[in-house]
Design a protein around this ligand. Structure first.
Ligand code: GLY
Ligand code: MN
Ligand code: MN
Length: 546
């Protein structure tokens, strides 16, 4: 057995030092296990339990005998021209400023295991890079020396000659004679696979790519330009990059924080109206979500009787997403019976019983990271009881009321208010409110919200709760515009121990959630392929179960 073969598959042989740079040193300082010095030939570490190949002979041996890596795909990504236009829009908001948008680091799950990598949404939006691309990368918009239209080739790839030059800073692939290659479990090719080279990333994104080791030097040069008004960073994306840019900034801490908040707000608001490519991605995510729901219906007989039937449901949905090559945009909510009244029930460890309702809130996330967010509440045995149907119909009517008002020019919050009028009205009719429905709807009342504590709608896109840093006047108080995508998702949740509710309604939780695209004169229900009316749900379930 070779020395390497005696190595545990869960710990690196030794740690590899990264190419020296402020940002990589900062990153590695946060994870010192990644920077253990190479051991001297024959050294033994008395505290290490690892089986470490230490000899110089091993290091020479593993570095040799490798043929060239397979040729990299150098086709431009479909998203590239759209991402270029988004960068141009951002550029126009911050003339003369250096804008730093990190992808973010790998995130530790526990001990030496990381979560699957997911870049910051602002980075994904501005680069078009999606799943697993690219830990520790940093997008920088450097102001052009002469302002808009000046300077050399447009590294943003958009040909619009805007006032910034985009540069993507990346960790280059470690060579096969580096320790990173075989000994670095977080970044090494032998452990986590190859990273695209700078040339391939440049071809895919249309953005000039440079070694991240040059980031500090380039930022220093950029902020020293006389035209530069300042530097802003997406401060929550990568603490190491935020620390790196600190010394380059002038101004008091609160001014610096306010400047970064303005950037975060702008980046969020840039995503309020989706472009054609984003809408296409969302359509694909919703279509895959519909297929996941169908598989859940087929899996229901298996879930019933299983001690953790909710997990069977979760596995059916998430498994369908994975089998089709996708992921999920958030933890699947598989909530049977009273669990449906827990709004974000993701433990999913309960049984699924015939006669109960199953609330399934789930969304497929495409490679591009655009996600669906859909809920259906299904009778486990295929037929709603009268009480379940009563609550279901009230929620459906609330959703339909929201659909009826949603169109360009209507304020976002008006959609919610339309749904709330129906919810308050029904709860009043069932004798659950201490006041009449109109009084409950007054801002100082809101008694009906006891049974629907969440909002009716949120924007949807790269994040399930997209555009969350947008200002109130751009979100809740803003008018709907064509290209916006949001959810309509009223619910009524009556917990089993709710003493203010009629006995027959206790333990019933219903949410119906659809994803809608604002069109020129209304909205399109992107998730309309999943039935919504109670009778249609029953018929659909029967057709799938044969
Ligand atoms: N899936 C979380 C939500 O509907 O907002
Ligand atoms: Mn939602
Ligand atoms: Mn949802």
């Amino acid at each position: 057995m070779s020395p390497a073969a005696t190595q545990s598959t869960t710990t690196p042989a030794t740690a590899g030092a990264e190419p020296g740079s402020s940002v990589t040193e900062l990153l590695d300082a946060q994870h010192p296990e990644g920077r253990e010095p190479a051991p001297a030939d024959g050294d033994e570490d008395p505290k290490s339990h690892r089986s470490v190949p230490r000899s110089a002979a091993f290091r020479r041996f593993i570095a040799q005998g490798w043929g060239p890596r397979p040729a990299e795909d150098e086709a431009p990504a479909e998203a590239a021209p759209y991402a270029a236009r988004r960068r141009a829009a951002l550029s126009s908001l911050f003339p003369g400023e250096v804008l730093v948008v990190p992808a973010g680091p790998l995130v530790r799950r526990s001990n030496d295991c990381d979560y699957r990598y997911r870049p910051h949404s602002a980075f994904a939006h501005l680069t078009g890079l999606g799943t697993d691309r690219e830990a520790d990368a940093v997008l920088v918009l450097h102001p052009r020396a002469g302002g808009p239209g000046e300077g050399g080739a447009d590294a943003g790839g958009d040909g619009e000659g805007h006032g910034h030059e985009a540069v993507l800073y990346l960790r280059p692939q470690g060579s096969r004679d580096s320790e990173e290659f075989y000994a670095n479990a977080r970044y090494g090719e032998l452990w986590v696979g190859p990273r695209p080279g700078l040339a391939a990333q440049e071809a895919a994104t249309g953005i000039a790519c440079r070694d991240v080791a040059l980031l500090a030097e380039d930022l220093g040069a950029s902020v020293a330009e006389p035209a530069t008004a300042g530097l802003r960073v997406v401060a929550d994306a990568d603490p190491a990059v935020t620390a790196l840019v600190g010394p380059l900034r002038t101004g008091a801490a609160d001014e610096v924080a306010a400047a970064d908040d303005e950037l975060a707000t702008a980046l969020s608001e840039l995503r309020l109206v989706k472009d054609a490519w984003e809408v296409q991605q969302l359509r694909g995510a919703v279509a895959a979500t519909v297929r996941g729901f169908e598989q859940v219906v087929r899996a229901l007989p298996r879930a019933v009787g299983h001690p953790r039937g909710e997990r069977v449901v979760e596995a059916a949905f998430d498994g369908t997403a994975r089998v089709e090559g996708n992921g999920v945009g958030y933890e699947t909510i598989s909530a049977a019976g009273d669990h449906a009244c827990t709004l974000h029930w993701i433990r999913n460890d309960g049984p699924v019983r015939a006669g109960d309702l199953l609330l399934l809130d789930a969304g497929v996330e495409a490679d591009s990271l655009y996600t669906a967010d859909v809920t259906r509440t299904l009778p486990v045995d295929g037929r709603f009881t009268d009480a379940q149907r009563r609550v279901y119909q009230a929620v459906l009517d609330a959703a339909d009321a929201a659909f009826a008002v949603a169109r360009p020019g209507v304020k976002f919050r008006d959609v919610h208010e339309a749904a709330m009028r129906v919810v308050a009205d029904r709860l009043s009719a069932w004798g659950m409110l201490p006041v009449d429905a109109a009084t409950s709807l007054e801002p100082e009342g809101q008694y009906h919200r006891r049974w629907m504590a969440h909002g009716t709608s949120h924007h949807l896109g790269l994040d399930v709760h997209d555009c969350a840093q947008a200002r109130r006047e751009m979100y809740l108080d803003a008018e709907l515009r064509p290209g916006m995508v949001f959810t309509i998702e009223p619910g009524i949740y009556v917990k089993s121990e709710d003493e203010l509710a009629p006995a027959e309604l206790r333990g019933i939780g219903v949410r119906i959630e659809d994803d809608v695209l604002v069109t020129e004169d209304g909205v399109e229900n992107l998730s309309a392929a999943l039935p919504r009316e109670a009778d249609a749900v029953e018929a659909w379930m029967a057709s799938l179960r044969g």
